[in-house]
Every structure is written in structure tokens, then in C-alpha cells.
Design a protein around this ligand. Structure first.
Ligand code: ASP
Length: 341
């Protein structure tokens, strides 16, 4: 699989030029229209199928919270996706899953480093609704899931993941490296594929229901071939997902370490609070990461999507190749996100 992947070669200089005044690639794309309620958006092309699941609930006047759980469960269950138990394992050969969910009243739940459970998003919801905690991890999260009646699945890699793992083992050193993204050639980090898409391991979804209430969900296998125990942004409230029912909701995908650095999804919501549109807010957050990363930005991908209380939506990415799916009464489509680089 790694032969299908290549690093993007865009130089820092072009990205800095973009930051300081030159028009960003894709900037000519018209900003998305106001859509209203209900509305659901989610990351990447898998979002099209996931949105359909969410729409079943939203279109009948159901809660955004139920919709965002049902939607991403479709992706988690898909055998052909990079989210869920069929995804790439960590360096020890184990698939470990992370997920979080947040409703319209600042209730939130999260699981991380969860093994052998098919639907981490539903376990995250149980953490939110049935425990006094926000986050459960590892064997404790698994123990809670089993106690709640979630089946413990077989410890087995999907055929595609097994092939990718064997391939990774051939060339990759097993040791932690500082600034690993610059030194390691293995597919540890999001990378651009030959068709211009980025490999990715996450679905993030945010929705507004007919009553105008917001919720969000985010679920991932994390980055392929990560160090054992590594967590990214996806299960972290404020990084991979944030919802403030007075303002809006945002979720993230891509290099989780750098989303955590700026508390990415919370930052997007706070920028919307200051009056920015969802797209402008996502763009500002991506710009912040570009500024921090400098030359290292060329090897990573990060994308944010967001909706606000009015039912406006938007997304923005660091590099070309990120897309997000939208479903409302008026439209159902995959939108190529505008990017800085
Ligand atoms: N954000 C995820 C993580 O860092 C990866 C992804 O979105 O592909 O674990």
C-alpha cells in the first residue's frame, strides 16, 4: 500500500506566500451557502454514507445527538474503511480505537486506546450518559464496554490491514524518533495518495437538528503504525471535537498531534463566537497550525469542518485533497475543501 503513497512536495515558501497575502489555491471556490436546519456534515468521502444514516434521524425531527452517533456507526461498521476494527494497526500489530461525542448541553464522553470493540462511538456515549466521567481508556474502557453489553470481537486484522502491516514491518524502524514526520518514510502520518486523496483514519461529524440543537461525534483508529499507546486528537474534547450550542460545532481530521497543540475544534468554535463564518474560522485555525509547523507543514494534512447556530457550514484544509460531505433538505454532496497549500 505504501507504494501508492507519496509525500506532497509543496515547499514551505509557497505556503508562507499563501499565508501572507497571496490567494490560496481553491480560494475561488464560492463559500458554501446558508442551508438552515436540519443539517449534517462529516469528514472525507465516507461521510456521504454516514450522513445518510444521520439523516434518517434528522429528517424525522430526531435529535442531533442520536444522528451523529448513528451516522458514524455506519463508518465504524464498514469493512472497507480506515475507521474501525478493519483499519491499520499500531506498531505491535493491534488495532486500537478512539472516539468521542458531545451534545448540546456540554455533556461529553470519550474512549481511547480501546481494543476489540466494534462501535467505540456508542461506548463513548455510554461513558457520557452512564458514568460520572468524560474519558475511559484502554482495558478500563474495554471492561466498561463489555459490562454494558458490547461484544468483544475477535483479535484479527482485516486482510488489507495485515498486508499493509507486513509491508510496513519490512522498512520501518521500531523506535520513537523526535519529529518523526521528517525522518520516517513509513505511513505513520497522513500521506497523499496517487489520486490526490489523503489516507486518513477518522470520521468527524457535526449536526444541527430541526429544533436548532447541535451535537458532534468523532471516531478513529488513529494513525496507522502509531506507537503503542499513542492517542491523537480524535478522542479529546476540544481538540478532535467541540460543541457549544449557543455558537456552533467543529471537528477535525489529520495529524492529531498538531490539532491538539492548538485545541483545534475549540479554537474553531471560539473563532465563530467572535463572528467568523464556519469556513473563515476553520481557515484561521489551519493558518495557526501552518505558522507553528513552518517547514514541517509540507508533510502533514489537517482539515477542520464546522457548522454554526444559523445552519451555515464550512471547512478548510492545510493541503489540497481534503473533502467533506454535506446533507440537508436542499443538497447532498461531497465538497472539496479549500486549502492553504
Ligand atoms: N486525527 C487522527 C489522529 O491523529 C487521524 C486522522 O484524522 O486520520 O489520530
Amino acid at each position: 500500500m505504501s507504494t501508492r503513497r507519496r509525500f506532497i512536495e509543496t515547499s514551505l515558501f509557497s505556503s508562507v506566500a499563501v499565508l501572507f497575502g497571496k490567494k490560496a489555491i481553491g480560494e475561488n471556490v464560492a463559500p458554501p451557502a446558508v442551508i438552515g436546519k436540519p443539517l449534517v456534515i462529516s469528514t472525507w468521502d465516507a461521510g456521504i454514507a454516514a450522513n445518510k444514516g444521520a439523516w434518517e434521524i434528522l429528517s424525522k425531527g430526531g435529535r442531533a445527538l442520536d444522528a451523529v452517533e448513528a451516522g458514524v456507526r455506519i463508518t465504524e461498521a464498514s469493512q472497507n474503511c480506515c475507521v474501525g476494527l478493519g483499519a491499520n494497526p499500531d506498531r505491535e500489530g493491534f488495532v486500537t480505537l478512539d472516539a468521542c461525542i458531545m451534545d448540546d448541553k456540554f455533556n461529553c464522553g470519550s474512549v481511547a486506546f480501546l481494543e476489540r470493540i466494534k462501535h467505540p462511538i456508542s461506548v463513548a456515549r455510554r461513558v457520557m450518559e452512564k458514568t460520572p466521567h468524560v474519558m475511559l481508556v484502554g482495558s478500563g474502557a474495554q471492561q466498561f464496554a463489555v459490562a454494558e453489553g458490547f461484544p468483544l470481537e475477535e483479535e484479527k486484522l482485516s486482510a488489507e490491514a495485515e498486508k499493509a502491516y507486513k509491508n510496513w514491518l519490512k522498512s520501518s524502524e521500531y523506535k520513537p524518533v523526535v519529529n518523526i514526520e521528517n525522518k520516517q518514510k513509513g505511513p505513520m502520518i497522513p500521506m497523499q495518495l496517487e489520486n490526490g486523496e489523503w489516507n486518513h483514519d477518522t470520521i468527524g461529524m457535526v449536526a444541527i437538528d430541526a429544533k436548532g440543537n447541535l451535537s458532534g461525534s468523532c471516531t478513529t483508529s488513529g494513525m496507522g503504525f502509531k506507537m503503542r499507546g499513542r492517542l491523537g486528537d480524535s478522542p479529546i474534547i476540544g481538540a478532535g471535537l467541540f460543541v457549544d450550542n449557543e455558537i456552533g460545532a467543529a471537528t477535525a481530521t489529520g495529524q492529531g498531534e498538531d490539532v491538539i497543540r492548538i485545541a483545534g475544534s475549540h479554537t474553531v468554535v471560539e473563532l465563530m463566537r467572535q463572528g467568523l463564518s464556519p469556513q473563515q474560522a476553520c481557515k484561521k485555525a489551519v493558518e495557526r497550525i501552518l505558522k507553528i509547523k513552518g517547514a514541517n507543514a509540507k508533510n502533514i494534512q489537517i482539515g477542520f469542518i464546522a457548522i454554526n447556530k444559523k445552519g451555515e457550514y464550512g471547512g478548510y484544509a492545510l493541503q489540497k485533497g481534503f473533502s467533506f460531505a454535506v446533507k440537508s433538505n436542499r443538497e447532498e454532496r461531497l465538497i472539496p475543501a479549500v486549502s492553504l497549500i
